[in-house]
Design a protein around this ligand. Structure first.
Ligand SMILES: Nc1nc2c(c(=O)[nH]1)N[C@H]1C(S)=C(S)[C@@H](COP(=O)(O)O)O[C@H]1N2
Ligand SMILES: [Mo]
Length: 523
């Protein structure tokens, strides 16, 4: 009886496992073939993207809050887990009926195909990788099912040769699945490398030489970087710049195919290509970007020198009509942002950017062209891989996150942060040099104050201001205190004299607020 149950368990495990392997073949083969089609033709990318689009604000907030910029990895892992469970189910079904299991694989293929077609930059041909994957998967499943049955039959076999057959059938199943698993891994790996090699944006970016700006950013004054060990650099290197977007795979845009259409409530609709953009009067500016999902004290903020065409120049050519109050910018991958027309025309450095810290935009940061708008959170302004600007009205159109519970306006809230010491750091006794960052883009920072434990608020020393559109560093020397636990709280005052509010707010729907307090201890 016990033995029987054990045997039955093994039989089921064998089929569950072959389901898993068959599904892996589908994904691996499709991954390989997708190198020759649109980026979103890869099943995991397409399914993940659809899933992201369905993400409600609380979930986005939770995932970004918990995992920060690892949010995509988390999505892939969860998706993989769900796929694995479904695959095991299909394998078990195959023991009852291969036909039904095959039907499930076909249905899975259909679901993936729908996901692929629903992506903005795909056509019908892009379901080819999935179809090839389905065929390969069915083929493999048939073979593994046969091998699994052979094992089960051999188990009850009697007479001469039965033992030999038992061993042989087990070996065939074992090596068959092993071979398939390794094969799937190799195929997926080759697919990954092929996709990189065939990526036109990578090559185009390397070949691109950006023109010099007509208007350069003023040189950074001395003292923007305060002299405190452990502070982040005043200008964030591209590789360290936070990345937030809904794109599971970075759009692969050939700049020579890129164009931007400006239309809607304009007198003169126009389209601008990449060469024309590069040949126009580009400006350069330091602008600090901030994500609305940044929690109090968080790191979804970065400062870079951007090179681009002032968006007001483009809008002036298109001539917005009276009554228009918004520009809806759309990315090639379907993301969109609603930016007040006024903000884009009031003279601030709102750029159609092509350069970041002296290089073409990195692929993840919007290559070849993105928007950068001082003073607004990224979700309502900083469209990467931008291809369309529609002049419209807030009453008539809604952007990506605004249809998912977030606000349709997003001015950046006055914020300040402690960078040194780190939370829960142990500092030596004696003087403690503290440092941090504060920002209130378009208004600037006029004062930062710190409070140790429950003491009086003390003015911090401000680093030099580069511009009102950039963050500002601060430092403070604390005389030190008794050994044991202490806390430091920070608050800022903006250039208009407004004090940062202590009212706590979550990131959704329009940005976090509240003072950051961190704990540390003196040795
Ligand atoms: N195409 C596209 N552009 C986008 C987004 C996106 O999801 N897709 N996210 C926006 C958000 S929420 C932010 S905070 C900024 C982040 O820009 P970064 O990744 O270069 O830091 O990009 C904005 N532009
Ligand atoms: Mo964001």
């Amino acid at each position: 009886m016990k033995q029987q149950r054990k045997t039955r368990g093994r039989d089921l495990a064998r089929f569950g496992f072959l389901g898993l392997v068959s599904a892996a073949v589908l994904f691996a083969v499709a991954q390989l073939v997708s190198a020759f089609f649109a980026v979103s033709s890869a099943p995991l990318v397409a399914m993940g993207s659809v899933f992201i689009n369905l993400t409600p604000p609380w979930l986005k907030d939770l995932v970004i809050g918990l995992f920060g910029t690892n949010d995509k990895l988390v999505l892939f892992l969860s998706l993989g887990l769900v796929a694995a469970i479904v695959a095991v189910g299909i394998g078990l079904l195959a023991r009852r009926s291969f036909g039904w299991a095959a039907g499930c694989i076909v249905i899975l293929g259909a679901v993936i195909s729908v996901a692929v077609i629903s992506r903005p930059a795909t056509s019908l041909a892009d379901i080819t990788p999935t179809l090839v994957g389905v065929v390969a998967s069915l083929f493999v499943m048939r073979a593994l099912v046969n091998a699994a049955w052979r094992v089960e039959k051999a188990a009850v076999g009697e007479g001469p040769g039965a033992d030999v057959e038992r061993t042989a059938s087990r070996r065939i199943f074992l090596f068959g699945t092993l071979f398939t698993v390794v094969g799937a891994g190799v195929v997926a790996g080759i697919g990954q490398s092929l996709a990189t090699v065939r990526n036109v944006a990578v090559a185009a970016r390397e070949a691109l030489k950006l023109p010099a700006p007509r208007t350069s950013a003023p040189a950074l004054p001395a003292g923007v970087q305060v002299d405190v060990a452990g502070m982040p650099p005043f200008v964030t290197p591209n590789d360290d710049f936070y990345r937030i977007d809904t794109a599971l795979s970075v759009p692969d845009i050939n700049p020579s195919d890129w164009s931007l259409r400006i239309h809607g409530m304009v007198e003169k609709e126009l389209t601008i290509g990449f060469d024309e953009l590069l040949a126009s009067e580009l400006s350069e500016a330091y602008v600090t970007l901030t994500c609305v999902s940044n929690a109090v004290g968080g790191s979804l903020v970065g400062n870079a020198k951007w090179l681009g065409l002032p968006i007001r120049d483009l809008l002036a050519r298109a001539m917005p009509q009276p009554g228009a109050d918004m520009v809806l910018s759309t990315s090639i991958d379907g993301f969109s942002a609603s930016t007040p027309l006024e903000v884009l025309t009031d003279g601030r450095d709102a750029l159609l950017a092509v350069g970041m810290n002296g290089t073409p935009l990195p692929l993840e940061h919007g290559f070849p062209v993105r928007m950068v708008v001082p003073g607004l959170y990224g979700f309502v302004s900083a469209t990467k891989w931008v291809v369309d600007l529609e002049v419209t009205r807030f009453a008539d159109a809604k952007a990506y996150w605004s249809t998912r519970g977030w606000s349709d306006h997003g001015p950046i809230k006055l914020a300040s942060r402690v960078d040194v010491p780190r939370a829960f750091a142990k500092v030596a006794s004696g003087k403690v040099t503290m440092g941090g960052t504060a920002w209130a883009q378009t208004r600037g920072i006029s004062k930062v104050q710190v409070q140790i434990d429950d003491g009086d608020w003390k003015d911090a020393t401000l680093g030099t201001e580069a511009s009102v559109d950039t963050w500002r560093q601060w430092s403070y020397v604390w005389e030190g205190g008794s050994s044991g636990n202490h806390s430091v709280t920070v608050r800022a005052v903006d250039g208009k004299g407004k004090v940062q509010t202590s009212d706590k707010a979550d990131p959704a729907p329009n940005g976090a607020s509240g003072w950051q307090r961190i704990q540390f201890s003196v040795a």
